[in-house]
Design a protein around this ligand. Sequence first.
Ligand SMILES: NC(=O)c1ccc[n+]([C@@H]2O[C@H](COP(=O)([O-])OP(=O)(O)OC[C@H]3O[C@@H](n4cnc5c(N)ncnc54)[C@H](O)[C@@H]3O)[C@@H](O)[C@H]2O)c1
Length: 337
Amino acid sequence: MKILVAGGAGYIGTHTCVELIQAKYDVVVVDNLSNSKYDAVKRVEKITNTKIKFYQADCCDYKAMEEIFIEEKFDGIIHFAGLKCVPESVKVPLSYYNNNINSTLVLLELARKYNVRNFVFSSSATVYGNPKTLPLIEDCPLSATNPYGRTKLFIEYILEDFYNCNKDFNIAILRYFNPIGAHPSGLIGEDPNGIPNNLVPYVTQVAINKLPYLKVNGNDYPTKDGTGIRDYIHVCDLARGHVLALNKLSTNCGLVIYNLGTGLGYSVLEIIEAFNKVVGHPIPYKIVERRPGDIAACYADPTKAYKEIGFKAIYNLDDMARDAWNWQKNNPNGYNQ
Ligand SMILES: NC(=O)c1ccc[n+]([C@@H]2O[C@H](COP(=O)([O-])OP(=O)(O)OC[C@H]3O[C@@H](n4cnc5c(N)ncnc54)[C@H](O)[C@@H]3O)[C@@H](O)[C@H]2O)c1
């Protein structure tokens, strides 16, 4: 089966390409490289010992994408091609609406025209807004607290509307919790531009002395140690979830929605502790004020994904910390060697 991996040069996309290739899928990557480097794709080739067909193109560009659809004749699409930085989305909401929503519309329009009936979408736990109850099940009420989250929520609605009049399609909406870590080879990993927005690349950049200390945003949340709690999942586990989702789509399942998380919540201080162990020295941090819009705790109930697609995370927090650190120390400047 030939899969279009839109946004496949990015953090989750590269790890998913590895899993897809190892599961014998034929992979074609399309990426505009707005938040990634072509070198990441070359490294996936190295890990898998497989040549990957790559197009530098924008998924919002209907004409360019149509040429690729005609040339490649895909069997399925995984849509990672989105902007993902919450604070940036508050500053430039139109760019987020424009990129995330239009890329989806173009891909769906072409999927319909060229009869590519399997579609996997990267959604996010952010669609649960500020949860009233935990752990989160897929039926929990949905809301969004920022423009990024609203793009994910709107796209979920778009996919439902699309499916309602295209019932021969199979669509998997995957709600990711917090992917961290890197491929155990140390060849691919998260490579943020500038100061990282996510906790783990921030921690590893402090550990390697690129940043002076970690800012812990708030220690007065109603949690076990006052810091925020999240469901961290190893990016390789998350990537494997996409292969399982594609397998499910091949059973003609219609539209399905799954949480991809571990079901375990770790606090910021527990994450720091895990990194202290693998780095071998304490990571300096300071408690600062809460970040507007942050919630106290968020973790998944992953039972549905386990029951329906056999998804279960196999890596634990120590593995995640080890692999994130391995990536950071082998690639202090990310893909910019
Ligand atoms: N990383 C997370 O914590 C997280 C959590 C939940 C959901 N997600 C979603 O998963 C997806 C992948 O996330 P990631 O962490 O790998 O991000 P990433 O930025 O590393 O990867 C996204 C890739 O898409 C590309 N891209 C963006 N817009 C494009 C367009 N219009 N055309 C072609 N390529 C485009 C970027 O260049 C990048 O390579 C995103 O949709 C993101 O919103 C990520």
